[in-house]
Design a protein around this ligand. Structure first.
Ligand code: ADP
Ligand code: ZN
Length: 201
């Protein structure tokens, strides 16, 4: 959805499973805002320093400078009020506090672009995305490719054993799965055994 530039703010959400291109899409939108000579600030949570602590980095290696913050409230503390476009990656690590912060930013005239996981490793709605989706002006759902069958994938399959809601990791710890191949709560090496078995066929 394209918005005509003006003084009102809004919230755009890009959500989906891991590897679905959320960060790539966030970076693409932010680059276009920079081309339009808008003032842009990008934030990511301190918990996600997998690739860099001064950039958001996609799995396909698109990069953009970002500021790392400890929590959602720090976005306001670190905001330059001349900023017109606020990008936020890995929204699912910010928790429910992000909802009121995003609303404040949009109410004060900022274009807020938020990317994050919409479901967790069990396939459950992952706060704060459900609330953000209700409050946003624009929603984009990105899908990955299921590593088992090649169909569009909306799930993030955890491959390591843990009941913790947040276990930070990427390839090797998680993979994209479609609705049919997703096995909530059934991690470990099964996918690799399956792939090996298929390769032997
Ligand atoms: P997200 O932010 O949703 O985790 P990224 O934007 O970081 O996704 O990465 C998307 C890129 O990941 C794709 O363009 C592709 O190069 C790569 N990729 C790796 N595994 C998959 C997969 N299973 N399905 C789709 N893309 C994948
Ligand atoms: Zn599948």
């Amino acid at each position: 959805m394209d918005f005509v530039s003006g003084s009102i703010g809004w919230i755009e959400v890009v959500c989906g499973p891991m590897f679905s291109g959320k960060s790539e899409e966030l970076i693409r939108r932010l680059r276009r805002a920079i081309i339009a000579r808008k003032r842009v600030q990008v934030f990511k949570p301190v918990i996600d320093t997998r690739y860099s602590d001064s950039e958001i980095v996609s799995h396909g290696d698109s990069r953009m400078n970002s500021e790392t913050v400890g929590g959602a409230a720090d976005i306001l503390l670190n905001l330059d009020w001349r900023t017109q476009v606020v990008g936020i990656d890995e929204a699912n690590f910010f928790g429910q506090d992000l909802v009121s912060i995003a609303q404040q930013l949009a109410d004060s005239g900022k274009q807020v672009i938020i990317a994050g996981l919409d479901t967790d490793y069990m396939g459950r709605p992952f706060p704060p995305l459900p609330d953000l989706l209700c409050l946003a002006e624009s929603i984009t759902k990105t899908l990955a490719i299921c590593l088992r069958c090649g169909n569009p994938a909306k799930h993030t399959q955890r491959l390591v054993e843990s009941d913790d809601l947040i276990v930070v990791g990427a390839t090797g710890m998680y993979e994209a799965r479609c609705r049919r191949c997703f096995e909530p709560g059934c991690p470990k090496q099964e996918s690799f055994d399956f792939v090996r078995a298929r390769r032997r066929e």
